[in-house]
Design a binder for this molecule. Structure first.
Ligand code: ZN
Length: 314
């Protein structure tokens, strides 16, 4: 009997040791997860889907903040400098990136995609805005390339190969997740193609110039009130231009985006008796969308639903 008791006690001790060991090691690996910094919601969504919990993702621009007018704080700077790699969107979206001093690699994702020049029309009619208020955008490249699904697939591939360098042991997981994510993007493209094929209205009006990639890919026109900066103050002639566009193309719904003072768009919608809807340009998302675990996929499907209604597609 005595020997059984001893064995039982020893087993319990062994079990406790094992548990302690497993608990500690999982806690340790939690602490040792590499930190990956990202600058836009699109990059955040890709990195989360590819890496899952294998890395810690630092979202540089807090949810609910406009990526065009974001400025670095010393606190965020310190955090970014601790990360193993930083993924940023590029094409002029993050003029603050050069302020970061760290030996860790920074990946400019715009190097791996097809960039468009800004739409010539929108650019010339709103050029004064770019010069006056848009020192954030040095080039005439349109930075909203994440609204193009092929570009998103290219960024997904680059993200995957960078994560593999960071954590080779997770290679299989990353590649499987990459393939899933790219499949999702192909399905989104197919949905957009299908649903926007036959529409009565082919002019979409929005407060800031974020739609050129979608407009190009799905053959509609996009007119914007102000140029690239959602905060640019539109002039009376800008407003007049939009009012004319609404009339000319019998537009029934105009779009405004999060992070802006929607006042002007609302007064245009009232004056011309058309609806006003929110469009998510996905440079960033709102705090509410973050709380609701919104993803690139869910928000692009929401955007599509709103576009098909506004454009009267069937
Ligand atoms: Zn934008």
């Amino acid at each position: 009997m005595k020997i059984f008791k001893i064995v039982a006690v020893l087993l319990v001790i062994l079990f406790l040791f094992l548990e302690l060991f497993i608990f500690n090691s999982s806690k340790l690996s939690e602490q040792n997860r590499p930190l990956v910094s990202v600058s836009t919601f699109a990059l955040y969504d890709i990195t989360k889907h590819i890496a899952e919990e294998s890395v810690e993702v630092l979202n540089i621009i807090p949810f609910g903040t406009d990526p065009h007018s974001f400025e670095l704080t010393p606190k965020i700077m310190v955090k970014i400098e601790k990360s193993s790699v930083t993924f940023y969107s590029g094409a002029g979206l993050e003029p603050w990136i050069d302020k970061i001093h760290s030996k860790a690699p920074r990946v400019d994702m715009s190097q791996y995609v097809n960039l468009h020049e800004l739409d010539a029309d929108a650019h010339s009619s709103h050029a004064h805005h770019h010069e006056a208020n848009e020192n954030a955008h040095e080039s005439t490249l349109d930075p909203h390339y994440w609204l193009d699904f092929k570009n998103m697939a290219a960024v997904t591939k680059k993200t995957t190969s960078e994560l593999e360098k960071l954590s080779p042991k997770n290679k299989e997981l990353y590649r499987a997740n990459r393939d899933k994510y790219i499949k999702m993007l192909i399905q989104l493209d197919a949905e957009y193609t299908k649903q926007l094929r036959s529409c009565e209205i082919r002019n979409v009006i929005i407060n800031h110039n974020s739609l050129s990639y979608l407009a190009n890919n799905y053959s509609f026109e996009a007119e914007s009130l102000s140029g690239l900066s959602p905060e640019a103050q539109p002039s009376p002639s800008d407003i007049e231009h939009i009012l004319k566009e609404i009339k000319k193309d019998k537009v029934e719904t105009i779009f405004y985006e999060n992070f802006i003072n929607a006042k002007v768009m609302h007064s245009i919608s009232k004056d011309s008796n058309v609806g006003a809807e929110v469009f998510s340009p996905l440079g960033n998302i709102t705090a509410d969308q973050a709380d609701a675990n919104a993803t690139y996929e869910s928000l692009m499907l929401e955007n599509l639903e709103k576009l098909t209604k506004a454009m009267k597609c069937h």
